[in-house]
Design a protein around this ligand. Sequence first.
Ligand SMILES: [Zn+2]
Length: 405
Amino acid sequence: MSGRSIAAYFPWRRVKVTNQQVHVESRSALVRLEPDRRFRPRCHGCGGLARTVHSHTRKFVRDMAFGGFTMMLQVAHRKIWCDGCGGVRVEQLEFVDASQRVTCRLAAYAAQLCRSGLPVTAVAKHLDLDPKTVKAVDKAALKAEFDATDYDGLRRLAIDEIAVHKGHSYMTVVLDYDTGRVVWMGEGRQIATLGAFFEAMPVAARERIEAVAIDMWDAYVHAVQTWCPQADIVFDLFHVVKAFNKVIDDIRNEEFRKARDADRTVLKGSKYILLRNRANLRRDERLQLRKILELNSTLNCVYWLKDLLKHIWDYHRPSWARSALEGWYTVAEEVGHPALLRFARRLKKYSFGIVSHCKHKMGTGKLEGVNNKIKVIKRTAYGFHDLDYFALKVKQAFPGKVSNN
Ligand SMILES: [Zn+2]
């Protein structure tokens, strides 16, 4: 190493480079930084200038790699007595946050890589950092930008649940339907979960909500009716068909158990054929579907009811939608299967939310898209057991666009 100083690479006020060592074999460099005593230390908590230095301390901080060399800083800094905070605090340094083990510039770079969609583990490997460190800096960057809830411009909401750990815990996602922005996420799917969102919302913003698209889930229905009584509840096709698919599956399982051996071969593997959209079936699958429906009259009726159910969302006039629903109940009652009757009763109770679709054409594609993308985030976000971090990642992924209407 030449005698030239590398201090220019550390152009920070309040500190000075006092020593530099380069280890060629290990391709690493160690730079020592000391407080510049011309400056009085500032409090990390409140930013106030300190009069008294309490003690001196040191920490190692990673910086951007330089010329393929790992760069380690040994930072001497001070603990101070802060009159403003009324206690011992750490000195504020401009290049490293008191809670982090990497410089601000390395943190910004790591956060930028995370933001581009790279998983935390990949970023950690690329920068030769601990994944926990990468997650911490990414989380801090996201918090600064997305932590506060922005209620601006909300008119129509789509609210949905997502399973966080297979069937055990859920999070509620609130989406600005018009812009596609994820407004809020909270743990759980109870009345209180959504209640917390609405309660924190300014009254004027709450009163501006015109429609809320949700699943036929009692807790959400009650929460919306309690906090936004003026808003129309809209049950979207995606969720209703999803719920009806469960009915089909129950009936299919039951019919399979009852079937003779010869019929079982036809019913075998029929689950996805019955649940998938007919348009997405291959030729041989369509053939099998026809065989299944010819073989089993209950399944035939239920399958037909699914098509009929989807058509209800095509109506523009509430009176037509209502009479189509009535027709649907009649057929369901005639088929008379218990699972089907339970579903029909629920549909009847919530018919207002189906008819309101005529007034608010809230499509389902958006919700499906969000659901699928969230699943990808769940897979790539390291440590999504940290639900706060997961929620911030989702908010970042759905910043929303300005609506055209
Ligand atoms: Zn202070």
